[in-house]
Design a binder for this molecule. Sequence first.
Ligand SMILES: [Zn+2]
Ligand SMILES: [Zn+2]
Length: 158
Amino acid sequence: MKLDGSCHCGAVTFSLNSTHPYPYNYCFCSICRKTQGGGGFAINLGGDANSLKVEGEENISVYQAKLEGEDGLSPARRHFCKSCGSALWVYDPRWPELLHPFASAIDSELPAAPERTYLMVGSKKAWVPLEPGPNDKVFEKYPDESIADWHRRLGVEK
Ligand SMILES: [Zn+2]
Ligand SMILES: [Zn+2]
């Protein structure tokens, strides 16, 4: 399906194609918490990097996270609006065909996920509640299936 997205102030709008648009993957890592704000999490979708179209590209900044306990920066490039701060997408040159828009930036109606994955909960703050449903999966760090694998297992590729 085609996804349309934008930042809060409207300086950046974008679109891309996605076969993996279910927002099921709640990431509680410190990068998502601090850059997305508040106690919670960020949710990435899977999209086709080659289909990305952007208006207002000059308003985008890129953050490569400092990695805890390691030298250097994460290769993943977190794109955000430098005027309002909205997180837009993550692009990682190790997987150049993929682009991961933040569900929070998508204006299209996303399908509701039938089950959820909570990841990096080892980095979750104690005051953030976590109440997984019976089919939800919880991981201290990274989950054992990719965004594409999750969509395939549940037969919900678009
Ligand atoms: Zn903006
Ligand atoms: Zn994260």
